[in-house]
Design a protein around this ligand. Structure first.
Ligand code: FEO
Length: 410
């Protein structure tokens, strides 16, 4: 992997990571890329760092050399966001470099101390409207964008190159390999990245969608005129220099999914079944849906077999959810309770939802389900339970309910 020049004096460094999980529990079978940046002018600034993860240190060190940067010469480190995937290297950096100032927002200051273990005298706090002049036109503008992804987050704009460095915002899962710019990928590769982008958004960013909308609103000229931001440089995934509007529009769309108002007309089925009786009920509902909407897009997941990262990705964009789980010890089947707990944490509001499931003695799933979903403002399209194996009458009823449910995506 080589350092890539974005513009005169502006470099991108990237490291592919093959970790099993992101944030310790989201599966990333296609890996993730960490991007770091540098502006080399009369002064040298690094923008966001990386986690010392697998081979990332070697990958980055080679690229700093490519760009002719000696870490001991760096004057500033700009930390747009303090999560350790972008800051873990700072402790090593501070051993190598004894002079650079570390720039962060006021909210980030305590994290610079606690996470980075950096000497407080090196910290410079910046806020929206502050600038940093690196010479030869490279004036940096800082804008706070709280909660995209943590409360301390900001973005940095370089006036000379018109690059906006956005850290987590506009990022994605998926390794980019030797390439990094949007114009270096085929249409098919972009499709694969789009799916990883949605999965990243649903897993990491979805909870903060209101803040995403607020952040985008702070840049009304994003990609629309001559003076606009020309390049979007996130710290995960592709750098957008040919079609930056693509990733902006994608994030606007994803942020809209959060309230349920602009979701895709499709159904996400999530089923859990101990002995197959609840699955029989699901089959009857799906037959009913197909009777009314033969071309309906229906994606079926089974818990605990399918990965929650994938489940969240599809469920997040879907207008309607069919949740099917048996009762288990007077409560919900535990793998389904875990998924609904995640929906709650990620604020997946405004869905149309049907819940069904079998029970052995007295049920109990319904009560726990209703308690869990109370904050989510879901429109409940029926709730149906049966004891043991579904009878022919149960299946007929579920078929009819499936026909009604189909109307939610028409
Ligand atoms: Fe990529 Fe919120 O860290």
């Amino acid at each position: 992997m080589k350092a890539r020049k974005i513009d005169e004096g502006v470099f991108a460094f990237h490291a592919d990571v093959d970790s099993k999980y992101f944030e310790g529990f989201w599966s990333i079978p296609k890996g993730v890329t960490l991007n770091s940046y540098a502006i080399v002018s009369e002064k040298i600034a690094l923008i966001d760092l990386f986690r010392v993860w697998d081979t990332s240190l070697n990958q980055m060190n080679e690229q700093y050399k490519d760009a002719g940067i000696k870490l001991s010469d760096v004057d500033y480190v700009i930390l747009n966001h303090l999560e350790p995937d972008h800051t873990d290297f700072i402790r090593d950096f501070c051993e190598i470099n004894k002079k650079a100032k570390i720039l962060s927002t006021a909210k980030g200051a305590s994290l610079v101390e606690k996470f980075c273990k950096a000497d407080k005298t090196r910290l410079e706090i910046v806020k929206t409207g502050d600038t940093l002049d690196l010479g030869r036109g490279h004036v940096l503008d800082f804008t706070e964008v709280p909660n995209v992804h943590w409360p301390e987050t900001m973005v940095t704009f370089d006036r000379a190159s018109s690059v906006l460095f956005t850290c987590d915002a506009f990022g994605s899962y998926g390794k980019t390999g030797d390439r990094i710019f949007d114009d270096e990928f085929t249409e098919a590769e972009h499709e694969a990245f789009e799916s990883e982008c949605l999965r990243y958004y649903a897993n990491i960013v979805a909870s903060f969608s209101t803040f995403v909308k607020n952040a985008i609103a702070k840049f009304p000229n994003l990609c629309v005129n001559e003076n606009a931001i020309k390049i979007i440089a996130p710290s995960h995934g592709i750098i957008w220099r040919k079609n930056p509007l693509t990733i902006v529009e994608r994030y606007i769309k994803y942020a809209g999914y959060n309230t349920g108002s602009v979701c895709e007309k499709e159904i996400c089925v999530i089923q859990g079944s101990m002995y197959g009786y609840t699955k029989q009920g699901v089959a009857a509902v799906i037959d009913g849906i197909k009777e009314v909407a033969p071309n309906a897009k229906i994606t079926v997941f089974t818990v605990p077999d399918d990965d929650v990262s994938d489940i969240l990705s599809v469920a997040y964009k879907a207008k309607s959810l069919l949740l099917a789980m048996p009762s288990y010890e007077y409560k919900m089947y535990p793998p389904m309770a875990y998924v609904i707990n995640l929906f709650n944490r990620k604020h997946f509001t405004g869905k149309n939802v049907m819940r069904i499931g079998s029970f052995g003695w007295v049920g109990g799933a319904k009560k726990e389900y209703e308690d869990l979903i109370a904050p989510l403002k879901w429109t409940q399209i029926g709730d149906y339970e049966w004891q043991g194996v579904p009878s022919e009458e149960d299946k007929k009823e579920l078929f009819e309910r499936g026909k009604e449910f189909a109307k939610t995506i028409m």
